[in-house]
Design a protein around this ligand. Structure first.
Ligand code: 13P
Ligand code: SF4
Length: 313
């Protein structure tokens, strides 16, 4: 592993990026230095569009595995690297492809229309009719055929939120994000008590009890607009703590308060935090860990993602 002072490391990464003809895409939960060096920082939907559009030869994807995998699926000519190959996701883990496959076979007579959250493996995507993100879930569910029952996979909380928004009945896979279920009604009520009148914005992966305490429920990207529009000085942000870095840069002058859990002042995703500047340098240098996949699987996973992108444009 390279050992350089942080300013040198930043310069080294930028130089290597040019040499490789690479683009650095980063999710809103990445550590501050990675967000600051990235060409684009955003939510899963914005990152998917950027990954599809880029003309760079290499995509250094600073996020978790399913995000980099999605980039490879929709732009297979590119070399896609991820700083840490073990940067997974508890939602992806909650829905193993063989379990979903068995469930669909057992319930074949139902003829489910399967809507999978983007936080899922390529195998799960390949078994889906369409993909959604937190940024477009309402639109995607509204476009689902009326004559087929919906199976929403794998985030039960996002599914319940979108069902309430659209009035569509659906069956849910029992998965959740271990970061967002850490926020509780008590922990969010307590922080609201400390900052009376502060608006609350929460991610739809939070539980119903927490979402009911929020003034707005939305994707990480939409949180930026929500915070910009607020006149209040204090805003409570109930999502992974990395979001605060992006918000502090784009909405300066506000007191942005991370949503606390019952144990901590904020909640961090251990997977998102596996990526470091050193590992970013290394993946650009060695062009590994690289995302690769079987072409037949890639094609099957691509169709429902492209359907999502068409419906979101
Ligand atoms: P967004 O698409 O809203 O950024 O959410 C991704 C995610 O993993 C949230 O935990
Ligand atoms: Fe997955 Fe939750 Fe981490 Fe998002 S915050 S990547 S849903 S574990």
């Amino acid at each position: 592993m390279v050992q350089l002072a942080s300013t040198d490391l930043r310069e080294e990464i930028l130089a290597l990026k040019e040499e490789r003809n690479a683009v650095i895409l980063a999710h809103n939960y990445q550590i501050g230095p990675i967000q600051d060096i990235a060409d684009y920082v955003g939510d899963s939907l914005g990152l998917s569009f950027r990954a599809r559009e880029t003309e760079a030869e290499v995509i250094a994807f600073c996020g978790v595995h399913f995000m980099a995998e999605t980039a490879k699926i929709i732009n297979p000519q590119k070399t896609v690297v991820l700083p840490d190959k073990d940067a997974g996701c508890s939602l992806e883990e909650s829905c193993p492809v063989d379990e979903l496959d068995a469930f669909l076979k057992e319930n074949v007579e139902k003829n489910y229309y399967v809507i999978s959250y983007i936080n899922s493996s390529a195998g799960v995507k390949a078994l889906s009719d369409v993909i959604c993100t937190s940024g477009n879930a309402v639109k995607i569910v509204e476009s689902a055929p009326e004559d087929r029952p919906i199976l929403f996979v794998p985030d039960q909380n996002l599914g319940e939120w979108v069902a309430a928004q659209t009035g569509r009945k659906m069956d849910f896979w029992q998965g959740n994000c271990y970061v967002h279920v850490e926020f509780t009604r008590d922990s969010i009520s307590r922080i609201k008590g400390e900052y009376p009148g502060a608006p609350v914005v929460a991610h739809p992966e939070c539980t119903t009890a927490v979402r009911l305490l929020a003034d707005e429920v939305c994707s990480t990207e939409k949180m930026v607009n929500f915070c910009r529009e607020q006149t209040a000085d204090n805003i409570i942000v109930v999502t992974e703590a990395g979001m605060l870095h992006r918000l502090q840069k784009e909405v300066p002058g506000k007191n942005l308060i991370p949503g606390p859990t019952d144990r901590c002042a904020c909640s961090e995703c251990r997977y998102m935090k596996m990526n470091t500047m050193e590992k970013l340098y290394s993946c650009l240098d060695k062009l590994e860990p690289e995302i690769t996949m079987d072409e037949e699987l890639r094609k099957r996973a691509e169709a429902p993602i492209l359907r999502m992108l068409e419906l979101s444009e």
